[in-house]
Write a protein that binds this ligand. Structure first.
Ligand code: FES
Length: 150
């Protein structure tokens, strides 16, 4: 099942890397945080505009590998207009996915588009790529201005 979907998953990742969603800065962001991966030097800045507990707008800038950029792009696309709590829910699901055994079944319904990162399970070194932007967003909600994946 996973093998059969692999080409499609890779296509989605490459497409988001080439044409990332919400790849811009938000001038009047309520939260702004830089996420940094010291292993490779890749870094993103995440911008969030809040309306109460709702993520009214979310964007990112910076540079990273295809997996990290696609993950940041999907993160912003999936969370715009959603409650803050959704960010934690989805981050937990993504983290559980990429740290699970490659042979474990994937909960496609719960993960939605995040299932494209199921291939990361076979390359543990890429876990930090898939979660870089999400760590940064979690740190932003904790009031931090920068976070490292180390
Ligand atoms: Fe740097 Fe993926 S290689 S975040």
């Amino acid at each position: 099942m996973i093998t059969g979907n692999r080409a499609l998953y890779e296509q989605v990742i490459l497409e988001h890397n080439k044409t990332p969603r919400n790849f811009r800065e938000i001038e009047d962001a309520d939260r702004k945080v830089e996420g940094y991966n010291p292993l490779c030097g890749d870094h993103f800045t995440i911008f969030v505009k809040l309306d109460g507990d709702t993520i009214a707008d979310i964007s990112f800038s910076g540079k990273g590998c295809a997996i990290s950029k696609a993950s940041a792009s999907l993160m912003t696309a999936m969370l715009k207009g959603k409650p803050k709590s959704e960010a934690e829910t989805l981050f937990n699901r993504l983290h559980d996915l990429v740290t699970s055994n490659p042979d474990d079944p994937v909960d496609e319904k719960a993960l939605g588009k995040l299932q494209v990162f199921s291939g990361v399970r076979e390359y543990p070194v890429r876990i930090k790529c898939a979660t870089l932007a999400w760590h940064a967003l979690a740190a932003a909600f904790e009031g931090k201005e920068e976070v490292s994946t180390e």
